[in-house]
Design a protein around this ligand. Structure first.
Ligand code: ZN
Length: 195
């Protein structure tokens, strides 16, 4: 048996829940930028963000989100009419891009190149397995394994180059050993800020 005040408290809670509920679903063409780091594409769909509220993604970053957040995705998928107004699967597409690091070969060019990171634009970065003449080659590959970009960095500058690019371009994933080498770049600022 519920009293009047219980009912109004319930109504208020329901209203709060509705206000906090992220506004997910398809987005009008070219009205929002994709919010997944530096991305030039327009957002096509809004999904619940892990930190609360919603995040607007282009079709590629929506595909990446689908892989990373399978439980939330299932909720959007099984009840598209209730949770949002469309099926999110119709909006997600990888195109000529890698969605996970594991989808790319670990080695390329007869083992001369070793996998390093999944870049924010769906290319995978490789580096020389055995640097020659004090120089590391970095090569970015599309999902069709075409070389998209290549650069040479002095071995002694390679760590610095990786850290700078990792922070600037917010790579989606990195190999474990590379992640360990990059970690100091992230922990240092917060340690410096604490009293
Ligand atoms: Zn995007």
């Amino acid at each position: 048996m519920s009293s009047h005040s219980d009912r109004s408290a319930g109504a208020r809670d329901a209203q709060i829940r509705r206000d906090l509920e992220p506004d997910v679903g398809p987005l009008p063409d070219d009205e929002h930028d994709c919010e997944a780091g530096p991305c030039d594409e327009s957002a096509v769909f809004a999904v619940p963000a892990t930190e609360g509220g919603e995040a607007r993604y282009c079709s590629f970053h929506l595909e990446w989100y689908r892989r990373e957040n399978s439980e939330t995705w299932e909720r959007l998928e099984v009840a598209p009419d209730r949770v949002c107004s469309a099926n999110p699967n119709d909006y997600a597409a990888a195109g000529n891009r890698f969605v996970s690091l594991a989808d790319a070969p670990q080695h390329l060019a007869d083992g001369d190149l070793v996998r390093v990171a999944l870049l924010n634009d769906g290319r995978v970065l490789y580096e020389s397995a055995e640097p020659e003449d004090g120089v590391v080659e970095y090569v970015a590959i599309s999902a069709s394994l075409d070389v998209d970009a290549a650069t040479s960095v002095a071995v002694r500058k390679a760590g610095e180059w990786l850290r700078a690019n990792f922070q600037k371009f917010r790579w989606l994933d990195v190999e474990d050993d590379v992640a360990r080498a990059l970690t100091p770049a992230y922990t240092e600022p917060s340690q410096g800020d604490s009293p």
